[in-house]
Design a protein around this ligand. Structure first.
Ligand SMILES: Cc1cc2nc3c(=O)[nH]c(=O)nc-3n(C[C@H](O)[C@H](O)[C@H](O)COP(=O)(O)O)c2cc1C
Length: 191
């Protein structure tokens, strides 16, 4: 089913989706820095900017990052030329107290990053399917960083080369109706 939009929203939001058919074509750090610049301007609680990244581009780094992914994700994500581990620092710098909002803010930043990627003809695909324990061990990540997601970044590839398991799903997903996001938990008032 094609996506439909009730309102005229930002073009990148309309066209962004999460393909799995990556081209193995390399992307450079320079190609990707503008994406991080977009993420940099995300809002955050106390302007803490808690998002932190490990960017794997070189063979050795990317091989290590592939090693933390689930087998299913590896079937397609192994082709992506860049893998990004998204983390968030979970304490406020100014008082060292817990920052409850750190993952919310890192999520906003990843959203900005993905839209800038879309604007620049790059594709992104987030993955929760990886071992957080292995990520911590492989990259020596301290406890005060919450490990959140791995994102594959690159250029669109050939759908025909995708593992058969994913071919049917290789299209933009539709969404729930807009009304479904508004909820009320207060008791219904009787007559
Ligand atoms: C936090 C998060 C975790 C996800 N984990 C996976 C994953 O492990 N494997 C996968 O193939 N897709 C994963 N996805 C992609 C979603 O399935 C996809 O974003 C969703 O179906 C909506 O489709 P769209 O991004 O094409 O609009 C994940 C997305 C997010 C945001």
């Amino acid at each position: 089913m094609p996506r439909e939009f009730n309102y005229d929203i930002m073009p990148e939001i309309q066209t962004r989706w999460s393909p799995r058919a990556f081209s193995p074509e390399k992307v450079s750090r320079q190609d990707l820095l503008p994406l991080f610049e977009a993420a940099r301007y995300a809002p955050s609680c106390f302007n803490e900017q808690p998002w932190r990244y490990i960017l794997a581009l070189e063979d050795e780094d990317i091989e290590r990052m592939r090693g933390i992914l689930t087998a299913d994700n590896r079937l397609w994500a192994d082709k992506a030329p860049a893998l990004l581990l998204v983390m968030a620092h979970n304490r406020f710098a100014y008082n060292d107290k817990e920052n409850y909002w750190h993952m919310f803010d890192a999520g906003t930043a990843w959203g900005f990053l993905s839209l800038e990627a879309e604007r620049r003809g790059l594709i992104t695909h987030a993955m929760g399917g990886f071992s957080r324990k292995r990520a911590r061990e492989s990259f020596n990540i301290p406890e005060e960083y919450t490990v959140i997601c791995v994102v594959a970044i690159g250029k669109m590839g050939d759908k025909a080369e995708l593992h058969e398991k994913f071919v049917e799903r290789e299209q933009p997903e539709t969404r729930k109706p807009l009304e479904d996001v508004f909820v009320s938990f207060s008791e219904e008032k009787g007559e």
